[in-house]
Write a new protein. Structure first.
Length: 278
């Protein structure tokens, strides 16, 4: 289950805040007693401290919720996202955004620190995850963690921000037809639901797709890819609308509660949208 803690943009999470929703970040020993002798236990608290030295501070945190039928080792993965107060993507009409570094970690001996780039929009208090395969695949292994390596990850992310902004600008210039918007909504919903295998002729009804394309706020009204994508992304990840396959029962779409699914869906949605720039 997703547990998050958001503070206003002029304050950030303290370690006490993180511990309330993500106590696994402070594990003092590996959660798996069978880890290799080469495994160097570096808890997430170390990353929090080291990123603070680079002016990146925690803004959200989440961890898997252990099930009674499973061991805590299996459910030890957790996530913290970080924001730099001095780095902002200035947008038109107040649509400003903050880049984020999203870190996932596990103390079970099987996973490295993994990093992704996110974008937090002030206008809707909603976060996107940028699908960047090269950066998303960047990992720091527990067996060789150093502050210098972490600095390299952050430097890489910051240096690449102009390229991210250029992609966003291209999305704002790409005007979609009504048919393209409906198609984007349909494909986005199938990413969320995992239904409609390739070649299937079944789809969501038009009312569902129109609901997905209806903005929640005036700032998101428009036909460019950036605005349409943001409307769809918010609906798909946050839920709050009804959906139905053609001829099937209408069901309420709820907010994604798993941070792992949220990250995965966000990345796939971004890939889907940016493919329309080609």
């Amino acid at each position: 289950m997703l547990q998050t803690f958001n503070k206003s943009l002029d304050t950030f999470m303290t370690k006490e805040d993180i511990n309330k929703v993500c106590p696994l970040a402070f594990a003092s020993t590996p959660t798996n007693p069978k880890v290799s002798g080469k495994y160097l236990h570096v808890n997430t608290e170390t990353i929090v401290d080291d990123l603070a030295k680079l002016n990146w501070f925690p803004v959200t945190a989440a961890q898997r919720k252990a099930r009674k039928s499973k061991s805590n080792t299996i459910f030890s993965k957790h996530m913290i996202s970080f924001q730099n107060p001095d780095i902002m993507i200035k947008g038109a009409d107040g649509d400003d955004a903050f880049p984020r570094i999203i870190m996932t970690n596990s103390h079970d001996g099987f996973n490295s620190f993994q990093f992704a780039v996110g974008i937090f929009r002030l206008v809707c208090s909603n976060g996107l995850v940028v699908a960047d395969e090269q950066f998303a695949d960047f990992r720091i292994r527990h067996s060789g963690y150093t502050f210098e390596e972490l600095r390299g990850v952050v430097t890489k992310a910051v240096n690449d921000l102009p390229n991210k902004v250029e992609v966003l600008n291209k999305m704002k210039q790409r005007i979609l037809t009504d048919e393209e918007k409906m198609d984007l909504a349909l494909k986005a919903m199938t990413i969320r639901s995992g239904k409609l295998p390739e070649g299937s002729v079944v789809g969501y009804d038009d009312e569902t797709l129109r609901d997905m394309l209806t903005p929640k706020r005036k700032a998101d009204e428009g036909n460019d890819l950036w605005k349409v994508f943001n409307v769809i992304q918010e609906k798909v990840t946050q839920g709050g609308f009804s959906a139905a396959l053609r001829g099937a029962k209408v069901r309420k779409v709820r907010k994604i509660k798993s941070f792992e699914k949220d990250l995965s869906v966000n990345k796939e949605l971004f890939k889907l949208a940016t493919a329309m720039l080609n």
